[in-house]
Design a protein around this ligand. Structure first.
Ligand SMILES: C[S@@+](CC[C@H](N)C(=O)[O-])C[C@H]1O[C@@H](n2cnc3c(N)ncnc32)[C@H](O)[C@@H]1O
Length: 235
């Protein structure tokens, strides 16, 4: 099976300098993704669109939030935590597109963690740390002993948390906001039901100091269906 976008110039145009490493990721996904349970059988010919370009739609929003954070963090480089990375979405794509930003991939499942280590090595990504843990185990003040050494010294939370397809906002809020630094942001890919999710999660959002939610339509590439990005600030 061949990816519908493999002969298109679009991936290279959208990904620019990240195209080369992400083409390696694409090749690995095409060959090993389905047998290793990383992607579904119906995804094999839409890896560029559904997984790689879809994840990359988050990146312009991350640059913007990083600018915001840099101005209040006194020049300290913000760190990103991708929570529930699975096969590396969006975390691997974010790391390839932002090679100077430290990205932590937080994923509890051993099989996926093994895959993520391989991907990081094969793509030559030097800004990624794979952390085998549940979100609750990288929460400042409750960091599990076995993951402490993987996180920055004096870890006070991620400045930005990214994620895709991990949980609805009612559940995601309690998972993500405790592991964000104060003033941090959740920047997540969401489906069409995002407004309804936000409405249902009002109580949890209040409890965890999740404020100013904004939903954006995010382009994936010319001729492709856009996706949606939700940005929420931590008080
Ligand atoms: C449906 S998959 C999505 C994977 C990837 N983000 C994607 O979009 O393809 C959800 C992932 O969240 C992980 N996960 C589940 N509970 C978690 C928790 N408490 N903390 C961190 N990750 C969790 C699962 O192991 C799984 O890899």
């Amino acid at each position: 099976m061949t990816d519908l976008l493999s002969s298109s110039p679009l991936p290279r145009e959208v990904l620019a300098e990240a195209y080369e490493p992400l083409a390696l990721f694409h090749a690995k996904l095409e060959k090993e993704g389905e047998p290793r349970g990383i992607i579904g059988p119906r995804d094999v010919d839409i890896i560029w669109e559904r997984h790689i370009l879809n994840s990359a739609a988050l990146v312009p929003f991350l640059w913007e939030e990083m600018e915001d954070l840099r101005s209040v963090k006194g020049g300290r480089e913000p760190i990103i935590g991708d929570i529930g990375s699975g096969g590396g979405f969006p975390g691997i794509i974010v790391a390839a597109c932002m090679p100077d930003v430290p990205v932590y991939l937080v994923e509890p499942m051993e099989r996926r963690v093994e895959w993520l280590h391989e991907v990081v090595a094969e793509l030559g990504l030097t800004n990624v740390t794979v952390v085998r843990a549940r979100a609750q185990e990288v929460t400042p003040g409750h960091v599990a002993g076995n993951v402490k050494s993987l996180l920055p010294r004096g870890f006070r939370g991620f400045d930005i948390a990214t994620c895709r397809a991990v949980a609805p906002m009612t559940k995601l809020t309690g998972m993500i906001f405790p592991l964000l630094a104060s003033g941090g942001k959740l920047v997540t890919l969401k489906g069409r039901s995002v407004e309804a999710e936000l409405e249902k999660a009002a109580k949890e959002m209040k409890k965890y100091g999740a404020v100013h939610p904004h939903v954006y339509e995010a382009p994936v590439g010319e001729g492709l269906e856009p996706t949606r990005v939700l940005v929420v600030n931590k008080k």
